[in-house]
Design a protein around this ligand. Structure first.
Ligand SMILES: [Zn+2]
Length: 537
């Protein structure tokens, strides 16, 4: 099967998404990461459109890329003008990239109504611009904007625009599904028709407005496109672009194309989460291949089956894309979910142990706890069930005061009394709120005996009000995420009192940190060494 060329436009089309804004440094970091992953072309921006992109191209020359070529994006020359006077084309040349991508119109309606040019002049604009860039020593991608709508309206003219780019010497002709409304069989038929008319190498660029961007990209490859354009996580204008985090594994694992190396493919999940982090967007847990839930099993029957035969409820081995299998523990679980988690986290648990923990989980979920995300709380329960379990500390009592005094603003102060071995410690701390003060006081009380707590950072604190029809008497569920630089973990607490709910989650979190540092939860794969043990939970 043919090598498929990947063209990433996260830095250009991806940033057209409403809530994404990347700094120049963000873009430089993403470029390095995309290069490591094995992307062949990285479209970095439109140098003629804004100073931030121009700054990127200035600095991009210092990037030592192993694999990727950076491309600058811009449109064909203005109507009735000359390339050498065209500001856009000159900015593209100044960007200094080995490759440029020129976008031109291929839909007669757009040429006449939006561009206000004659059909003939548009063909000249395309050919002149490509020819000019080739003479400047650039590799040229020609993006035929609205190609599929254009082909539907006037196939003869749409093809002429491609032929004009080919006559100018374009290296690739990219068929763009700009409005994103096409369906896979239409895309496949149009690509086939183009394939029989032009000999140049073809690429595909689609948007996801019909929810078919991945399917349309795969259909285009089946019909003869050898370059696929898209973005990481499908970020892009409106509902987004074709998502490379699905396209790459589909091409490589299902269609048998060579796209990236096996090791690079195994870094796909990490890449997806890295890009989400830089874009400052929460990762989508339910994303195919790379989402945290992509290989999670919650139904007891599923987990029991997966424990017997790992492939019984999953379409690929998650390790191939750097993801991992998970058993979600909840009141719907069977014992198998707990057995799976205990084994995965290196905990010994007998049949009676898991039976007891499952019973506890069902009771607590009835009270308002939810353990699906609070994996650390379940680990603790599995550990505490042992006869010889000794808690690293015991709470004697705590007190929290919140005051609003004129001229001094809001102040929270907490006092915590704990027993560590035979010693009783009393500590107080101030915080910006009661839970913060409580966390700081507890850590202060414990840190002399457990110095590993010094690196602890609160990553997230989520509060959810259950049975809200009871108003302020409702049950509050609190989820707390901590990290210590190497691990992240989540614990849960629930109570009619938000401080009590937070306290339960907090004290579990500290205990988890102490036990984890002692190596209690060192993870061993339940099946084989192929499940990555270091992956983010
Ligand atoms: Zn686009």
């Amino acid at each position: 099967m043919a090598q498929i060329i990947l063209y990433d436009t996260t830095l250009r089309d991806g940033t057209q998404r409403e809530d994404i804004s990347l700094s120049c440094d963000d873009k430089l970091n993403l470029t390095r990461r995309l290069d490591q992953f094995g992307i062949h072309y990285i479209e970095a921006g439109w140098p003629g459109s804004n100073p931030k992109d121009a700054e990127f191209f200035c600095k991009a020359g210092e990037l030592e890329l192993k694999h990727a070529r950076i491309t600058a994006f811009g449109s064909t020359r203005h109507k009735n003008g000359r390339c050498q006077d065209d500001r856009n084309l000159q900015a593209l040349i100044q960007a200094g990239t080995p490759t440029v991508t020129l976008v031109g119109k291929s839909w007669d309606f757009h040429v006449e109504k939006v561009l206000d040019a004659t059909l003939k002049e548009n063909l000249a604009m395309i050919q002149d611009s490509v020819d000019y860039m080739k003479n400047q020593g650039r590799e040229v991608m020609f993006d035929a904007e609205h190609f599929f709508d254009g082909y539907r309206a006037n196939p003869e003219y749409a093809l002429k625009t491609l032929q004009a780019a080919a006559a100018g010497g374009a290296d690739f002709l990219i068929l763009c599904e700009t409005n994103g409304g096409a369906l896979p069989w239409e895309v496949e038929a149009v690509v086939q028709a183009v394939r029989s008319e032009v000999t140049e190498r073809l690429g595909i660029h689609v948007h996801n407005d019909s929810g078919c961007a991945v399917a349309n990209s795969l259909a285009a490859v089946r019909a003869g496109c050898i370059q696929v354009q898209g973005t990481i996580n499908g970020y892009g204008e409106r509902v987004g672009n074709a998502d490379l985090t699905s396209i790459v594994p589909d091409l490589q694992l299902k269609m048998g194309h060579q796209v990236v190396s096996t090791e690079q493919l195994a870094s796909l999940t990490a890449l997806s989460r890295y890009v989400a982090e830089v874009a400052n967007l929460a990762p989508d847990n339910h994303k195919p291949f790379v989402g945290q839930s992509a290989f999670s099993h919650k139904g007891g029957i599923h987990v029991a089956a997966v424990l017997k035969a790992v492939d019984s409820y999953q379409h690929i081995d998650p390790a191939l894309v750097g993801n991992e299998m998970r058993a979600v523990v909840s009141e719907l679980s069977g014992r198998g979910n707990l057995v799976y988690q205990a084994r995965a986290h290196g905990l010994e648990a007998s049949r009676e142990d898991t039976q007891r923990v499952l019973h506890q989980i069902k009771e607590l979920e009835h009270e308002g706890f939810s353990f699906e995300a609070a994996v650390a709380s379940v680990d603790l329960m599995l550990y505490r069930v042992h006869k010889d379990y000794r808690p690293p500390f015991k709470l004697i009592d705590f007190m929290v005061v919140t005051e609003q005094r004129q001229g001094r603003g809001l102040l929270a102060e907490a006092t915590v009394k704990v027993r560590i071995k035979d010693e009783v410690k009393l500590m107080a701390a101030e915080g910006n709120g009661p839970v913060n003060a409580l966390a700081l006081a507890l850590r202060k009380a414990l840190v002399d005996d457990y110095p590993e707590l010094a690196n602890l950072r609160l990553a997230d604190y989520k509060v959810r009000i259950l049975n809200s029809e009871k108003g302020t008497a409702a049950t509050t569920r609190v989820l707390i995420d901590f990290h210590d630089g190497t691990r992240n973990w989540t614990t849960v607490g629930a109570s009619p009192n938000i401080i009590d709910a937070s306290w339960r989650a907090l004290s579990d979190s500290m205990e988890y940190a102490i036990l984890a540092a002692a190596g209690v939860f060192d993870r061993v794969s339940p099946h084989s060494a192929t499940v990555e043990s270091s992956a983010v939970r």
